[in-house]
Design a protein around this ligand. Structure first.
Ligand SMILES: Cc1ncc(C[n+]2csc(CCOP(=O)(O)OP(=O)(O)O)c2C)c(N)n1
Ligand code: SF4
Length: 252
């Protein structure tokens, strides 16, 4: 039987220890970003902006120029970088709390302005780094450390559907939601990341991918059970799909 050899992307530092929790989907997402940067030949021309949350450690793994932004301000910082250096490829890597709670204004206004930036947002329905509190994407009924009896509609309202909101912004060129719960969906996630990066390279506007991800530690689940939860509880609420793609209009 032929043995398949997986090439480690050039962008990934070779001497790094894995620091995410076992079974966390952040690891897969970072790997996909690295593969796409390699495939598009962007390693030498990229500036990444890391946010606050478990997402921040992306700059430990990728051999790229990186800035760290205060919590929620990644896209404001990325806007400054892109405007000062329009020839650079600029992307952010953020958590859902960072993107859609403290940073919601920065995020949507970046999309409304049509900044030529790409953004990856990890939706794990909780504040991972700080211990699993209720966040903007926590599902109705979900137990968290700050909603021990489950998210209550009357008290907390509904979770935000980020990819749909980003798609409604006129400056958005691409907005999609993907999942990492299966090999087939991981492949689709990579295609979506590539699209979100390509719309920036074509100067078409803001590119966005929301990635449904696991947080086995704070969900108190095994990695397998966590992926089951993504399928059974998250995907029916946060439906994967492409919510906007201006290239489909232009090309099709
Ligand atoms: C201004 C500010 N407020 C609050 C915090 C504390 N804080 C650090 S990480 C974080 C939540 C991160 O959650 P999320 O963005 O969903 O990312 P995850 O860790 O789940 O990947 C919070 C509230 C902070 N660092 N700065
Ligand atoms: S706390 Fe959750 S999101 Fe953060 S690294 Fe651990 S499993 Fe991943």
């Amino acid at each position: 039987m032929a043995v398949q050899v997986f090439k480690v992307p050039e962008c990934i530092k070779k001497d790094m220890k894995y620091t995410f929790c076992p079974g966390c989907d952040h690891g897969i997402a970072v790997r996909l970003v690295a593969e796409v940067l390699d495939e598009l030949g962007l390693k030498e021309n990229t500036i990444g902006v890391a946010s606050i949350g478990c997402s921040v450690t992306i700059y430990d793994f990728l051999d790229l120029d990186f800035l760290e932004a205060p919590h929620g301000r990644a896209l404001a910082e990325a806007t400054g970088v892109k405007r000062a250096k329009p020839d650079k490829f600029v992307f952010t890597y953020q958590g859902d709390g960072d993107f859609a709670s403290i940073g919601l204004a920065e995020s949507l206004h970046t999309a409304l302005r049509g900044e030529k930036i790409s953004s990856i947002c990890i939706n794990n329905t909780t504040y991972g780094m700080t211990g699993g509190q209720l966040g903007p994407t926590t599902i109705l009924g979900q137990v968290t450390t700050t909603s021990p009896t489950g998210r209550n509609l009357e008290y907390y309202g509904y979770p935000i559907k980020i990819a749909e909101h980003v798609a409604l912004c006129d400056g958005t060129a691409y907005s999609a939601r993907v999942s990492l719960d299966s090999v087939a969906n991981i492949k689709k996630a990579k295609q979506a990341i590539k699209k979100a990066f390509e719309v920036q390279l074509k100067g078409l506007g803001f590119g966005f991918v929301e990635i449904l991800s696991t947080c086995p530690t704070n969900w108190r689940m095994s990695p397998d059970k966590a992926h089951e939860r993504v399928r059974d509880e998250m995907m029916p609420v946060f439906k994967p799909g492409v919510y906007k793609d201006v290239t489909a209009v232009l090309e099709g």
